[in-house]
Design a protein around this ligand. Structure first.
Ligand code: PMV
Length: 367
């Protein structure tokens, strides 16, 4: 697929109004995307677990209007929200060529998250993918796009998911990994044939039962605003002295992870996942300007996890986003003992003792 394949020629149906609603999950990267080219084309491939319960629920109500400019209102958790408007405006401008009906309607976008607001959990992946999916459902109702996409839409879900992911990517890179589950690859990599820089694809390789219902408990160390936005963060990789090595390391780690996912070797899984998290932070510590996004409690938690692993034969490990919160990952058969460990030894490092229990999920669904 190329960008051109996502441009519809015309719609044959007219709709006066309607509404669509989707719930779309967040995702947590195992091999991290950090560094991008124009239009959110990633510098390196990434793979993520789709989450199950951390979701954004978005309803879009649309009403026909004179085609002139984009027209939309956003309501976040029931209240009109002006702060989100510029981001959506930019998103609409970017995707207009692929969604030519956008100026023909006024959109009321009502959105809310299942996770607490200002928990420090990035909602851009779940939020942008939910909007992309709603727009795809509207396009599907207007249907009968090009010959090619009409048959694709009717015959399979795959074009729908691909284009939803393609659009979500233009909203926020990692959002393209939130359409499907349980594992999604984004970015061209030799070891994964269907992989593409343009959209995320469901990981179709073999996955060992050790990864079934894999758990992710998110420890909320710092619920404040992100110190560095991901836009600024990605830019730090331009001219970064270690960028080239990092991008090629991500390719290698993805290929290794593919083998690990098949074999179920959790010791090797832990090594790749933790190394990826620390490398992401190392990139930020060694850029100009430089940032330390971990907090003292992030390090306390990491050390506790390492000590726990040493004294038990647990396979618990951590990963990090571009912030201080810690995702604690562990197999389902350790659920009871790790939750006990978290309550006894880690909760005291969380802001107000807050943490969120989630697990690997199947992707977005229409409501
Ligand atoms: O999608 P963005 O532009 O917010 O970037 C997210 C990057 C990381 O979360 C740090 C890593 C990843 O692959 O999700």
């Amino acid at each position: 697929m190329t960008e051109q394949d996502f441009i519809p020629k015309s719609y044959n149906s007219t709709l006066e109004n309607g509404s669509v609603k989707w719930a779309s999950p967040s995702n947590i990267a195992l091999v991290k995307y950090w560094g991008k080219k124009k239009d959110q084309i990633p510098e390196n491939p990434s793979i993520s677990f789709t989450l199950s319960d951390c979701k954004t629920i978005t309803e879009i109500t649309f009403t026909k209007k004179e085609s002139a400019d984009f027209s939309f209102d956003i309501y976040f958790e029931g209240e009109k929200n002006e702060a989100f408007k510029p981001k959506i405006q930019t998103f609409f401008e970017r995707i207009e060529i692929y969604m030519p009906f956008l100026k023909d309607y006024h959109f009321k976008i009502e959105t809310s998250n299942t996770f607490p607001h200002s928990s420090g959990i990035a909602s851009s992946a779940s939020g942008m993918s939910a909007i992309a999916l709603c727009l795809m459902s509207i396009e599907q109702s207007l249907s009968l796009v090009t010959e090619r996409s009409r048959s694709d839409m009717e015959e399979s879900q795959s074009y729908f998911n691909q284009k939803a992911s393609f659009l979500a990517r233009l909203g926020s890179g990692s959002a393209c990994r939130s359409i499907e589950g349980e594992l999604v690859v984004w970015g061209k990599n030799e070891s994964i044939e269907a992989s593409s820089d343009l959209y995320g694809v469901k990981f179709e390789g073999e996955v060992h039962s050790n990864f079934k219902n894999y758990q992710d408990t998110i420890l909320l160390v710092d619920k404040g605003e992100k110190q560095v936005s991901s836009t600024v963060g990605h830019q730090l990789m331009y001219g970064h002295p270690f960028a080239k090595e990092r991008f090629s390391q991500a390719h290698d780690n993805l290929a290794k992870l593919k083998t690990i996912l098949a074999s179920g070797d959790l010791n090797e899984f832990v090594k790749i996942v933790e190394s990826e998290a620390l490398t992401l932070h190392a990139m930020m510590m060694t850029s100009i300007p430089y940032f330390i996004l971990m907090k003292p409690n992030t390090l306390e938690i990491i050390n506790k996890i390492w000590a726990y692993r040493q004294k038990t034969d647990s396979k618990v490990c951590f990963t990090l986003d571009a912030g201080a919160n810690v995702h604690v990952l562990y197999p389902e058969n350790e659920k009871e003992s790790i939750l006990e460990f978290i309550k006894n030894e880690l909760v005291s490092y969380c802001q107000n003792g807050h943490y969120i229990c989630d697990q690997i999920g199947l992707g977005a669904n229409q409501i």
